[in-house]
Design a protein around this ligand. Structure first.
Ligand code: SF4
Length: 174
């Protein structure tokens, strides 16, 4: 693999060209365009997300991360993940909220400027999912902070996340 990369570089070829990437479906492209219109209108062209892993198995994080890869490339629409809740418009929570993360999640919520939006991503966030009933979890995000919108799935795909963000925009503009 490394040899191939160096060979391509030496030959002046792009290691990965746009044509090598899987294309989005027409439906996914439409979702992205609609999402951009909503973000332009509601958030002044910039939606900043603070993602909080509240005890997930990490599969939900992989799907969230995929939103920033060259296929989905959500940064081109003004959506990005930020490190500090103080810079965020939206908190995206994954996991059943483990007891260890309960206080951290509350602090993150309080540190996010109002009007803050909370989106709970994945089945675990609804009622604990596969961890439901364990002594170590709080059985869902709503037991710790208020939730504005749920995106179900185990894990939800990047397409599901895009649809969820779109429906959220419709909900908050009603
Ligand atoms: S919803 Fe599923 S994929 Fe997401 S953190 Fe829970 S178990 Fe993992």
């Amino acid at each position: 693999m490394i040899k191939e990369i160096f060979k391509n570089l030496a030959a002046g070829k792009n290691v990965i060209s746009k044509a090598d990437l899987p294309a989005l479906s027409a439906e996914e492209e439409k979702k992205l365009i609609d999402l951009q219109k909503g973000i332009d209108r509601i958030f002044g062209k910039s939606l900043r997300i603070r993602q909080v892993d509240a005890g997930s198995c990490n599969a939900c994080e992989w799907e969230c991360t995929a939103l920033t890869n060259p296929v989905y490339d959500i940064q081109r629409f003004g959506i990005d993940f930020v490190a500090s809740p103080r810079h965020a418009d939206l908190i995206l929570v994954t996991g059943p909220v483990s007891r260890q993360m309960e206080l951290a999640l509350k602090k993150t919520y309080l540190a996010t400027p109002e009007p803050r939006i909370v989106v709970a991503c994945g089945d675990c966030t609804i009622d604990g999912g596969v961890y439901k009933g364990s002594y170590a979890v709080t059985n869902g995000v709503a037991n710790v902070i208020p939730v504005d919108y749920y995106i179900p799935g185990c894990p939800p795909s990047p397409g599901d996340l895009l649809s969820g963000f779109l429906k959220l925009l419709v909900t908050i503009t009603k």
